[in-house]
Design a protein around this ligand. Sequence first.
Ligand code: C2E
Ligand code: CA
Ligand code: CA
Ligand code: CA
Length: 279
Amino acid sequence: AKESGRNTYQFYTEGMQDREVLRLELDKDLSKALADNEFVLHYQPQLDLARGRMESVEALIRWQHPQRGLLPPGEFIPLAEESGRIGEIGRWVVLAACRQLADWAGTPLGQLRVAVNLSGRELDDEHLVDHIQRALALSGVAPDRLEIELTEEIFIQNIERNLRQLSRLHQLGVHLSIDDFGVGYSSLAYLRDFPVDLLKIDRSFVRNMTERQDDAVITRAVISLAHSLGIRVVAEGVETEAQLALLRRQACDLIQGYLVSRPVPAGELPAVLARGFAL
Ligand code: C2E
Ligand code: CA
Ligand code: CA
Ligand code: CA
């Protein structure tokens, strides 16, 4: 028993070493990735149910790694958060989104709003708001074209500083959205105290809402609560017509998910828009 315990231990440390090597490699590559322009944003439509049209798109980062191919954010964002590189990445994302908005001006995509994801750690940067303001000004984009998605973690730590940063953004006219709503551990009081424009109901509630009464009860309650506070609601991860029908009955404002479109490169968005939405 002692010996097998030892083996298990060795196996575990070897696994850890492998992961550590991979982590170090990716981390080294990450610093080069920004310089070499290897990041790219894909865009996923958010559909306004009342108007039946695309109102906004969420920008989702990918890393075109020279050896490993197109990497999803789950494979490098947590690493970048650990190493502190997330700040630089976030600045790149904001600037790239603003440039994209500027590019779309005067085209059928010119009315879209772009939502970017920022992790709570990025609010540590006291210059973040200045950077966002500068990126908007440089690209000549109106602040209300930009939306920032943050998860509930911002309501748990450094609350006063986060409130200060987000209030400044809100004053600029940037929209604020709470991502993955309902899976965090935050208090609902913050919905009252923070300038929130949008709630995004987490995919885990939408996934089973047509089979599980309790999930449907939760989505209905969230929508009703949000509306009472003057906040609009996006349902994430909508994949089926049945989910859409139920969300529509619950007066959900917007849906996002594979039913409408997968995230696509900017070049494919005009075709997605032109295809229309027979919903
Ligand atoms: P998220 O913000 O919750 O983004 C939604 C994720 O769900 C995306 O995965 C999207 O591709 C996926 N998705 C959308 N519709 C459906 C659907 O109908 N079914 C299913 N099964 N999945 C759907 P993705 O692109 O891999 O992004 C994962 C996470 O990485 C994001 O979750 C977000 O937390 C983070 N992320 C993405 N881009 C950025 C970024 O620029 N900065 C930061 N800090 N985080 C980012
Ligand atoms: Ca998001
Ligand atoms: Ca989400
Ligand atoms: Ca998420």
